[in-house]
Design a protein around this ligand. Sequence first.
Ligand code: UD1
Ligand code: CA
Length: 465
Amino acid sequence: MILAAGKGTRMRSPTAKVLHPLAGRPMVRLLLDSLRSIPKFKPVVVIGHDRDQVKAALGAGVETVVQWPARGTGHAVQVARSKIARTSEVVVMPGDAPLITPETIRRMLDLHRRSRALATVLTAEPDDPAAYGRVVMHSDGAVEKIVEAADADPATLTIHRINTGFYVFDSKSLLSVIGKIGSSNKKGEYYLTDAIELLARRGRVMGLNTDDTDEVAGINTQAELARMEGVLQKRLRRKLLECGVQIPHPQEVYLEPDVTVEPTARILPGTHLSGRTVVKSGAVIGPDTFVSDSRIGPRARVWYSVVEGADVGTGVTVGPYAHLRSGARLAENSRIGNFVEVKESTVGRRAKALHLAYLGNATVGDEANIGAGTITCNYDGFKKYPTRIAPRAFIGSNTALVAPVTIGAGAVVGAGSVITRNVPSDSLAIERSPQVIRPGWAKLKRALARRIAGSNRAPGKRKHS
Ligand code: UD1
Ligand code: CA
């Protein structure tokens, strides 16, 4: 059960706290995704603030219960009673501590079952216990109670062992005490932590301590969110480094959890890899490159570029300063250069577009050459039309190809042409006004200009140099 109904006032943000992203994903979704490997995982999320958006962020197959208004973590569990009734044990966790590992949850479950506890609390001992609830222990090592920082006396505040907000409960025991929680405390809320004290009077409540204070750190402010982004990024990079990905300046690389990078690929500073991006072995990405939802093939090189929803083939080079958009498919050893934009287009093997071009809804054949400044005019303001450029065609610089249009195999288009009709294979198409030459014209023009300037100058007002 994930508690995610609170607003998160300390975030000072109009959106609910659990929607704030970590590695590009709402934190509550990140938490859910990371727990899917737990056997018999059947998540129930308590939602309240921004419940429609939170529900949408959870994805399919997640049950929700609405808590409104939100009157505390104990109240959240009360509202979700009916879901607990169908289970034998329940793991309760805060929606604002998304870096917990499934391993730790498993360790809690193990300890809980082995010791036949009524509840098990995950605790930690951070350097600064700050606003966390303090865990008071019996001398035999069992938990006696949890005291919220706001309600604690100075002696209790010196306790270093804190409540992380993660618990395992025996379902029957939890249901038997959840209605007995009161709200006579500093915040006037129903604290779930009070259930721990009630259960500790009836039987055993265990405490499991984790050494990794980062995995349980709650996010309550923008500063804490930023710090946890750093922790998560470090984790994601470490995973890649460990399997042989080369990242010479790791702190300058941004990653998302669904990104796959093969060993021997090299990720240079300023690179963002997001969504379902796959980078194959030997590829070099960056510096300063954004790649989302794309495949970068073996030994491809992409630098100073933006790549979105594209498929970059083996040995392809992209950039500097190229923009590949959705549906750009670049075949083996093709080359896309400076200020070239490609959208919904296929570029054939060893084909080149190296300078200042736009290819939209185009099919470019193998070994075709797209000259500088070539534009496919694919849109008439209403619909998109295809341009077909067959293998080995040569498109001269500054050409407009007005779609729909086909350039045949091995054809040549003269520079500066506006091509509106199909060009047959191996022919030349040129669309250009005849060039005019006027011998001596420029010299005469200069002489004339000098004469006019001389006659306009007033006598006696000659310039000093
Ligand atoms: C809570 C614990 C505290 C612990 C800390 C760990 C209580 C009373 N205190 O404090 O002992 O050290 O977590 O991070 O439980 N929520 C609801 N409904 C509500 C209130 C909160 O769903 O009515 C959700 C919030 O959205 C959030 C989570 O529960 O995701 C924790 O709530 P929060 O207000 O952040 O609790 P803390 O004050 O941090
Ligand atoms: Ca919190």
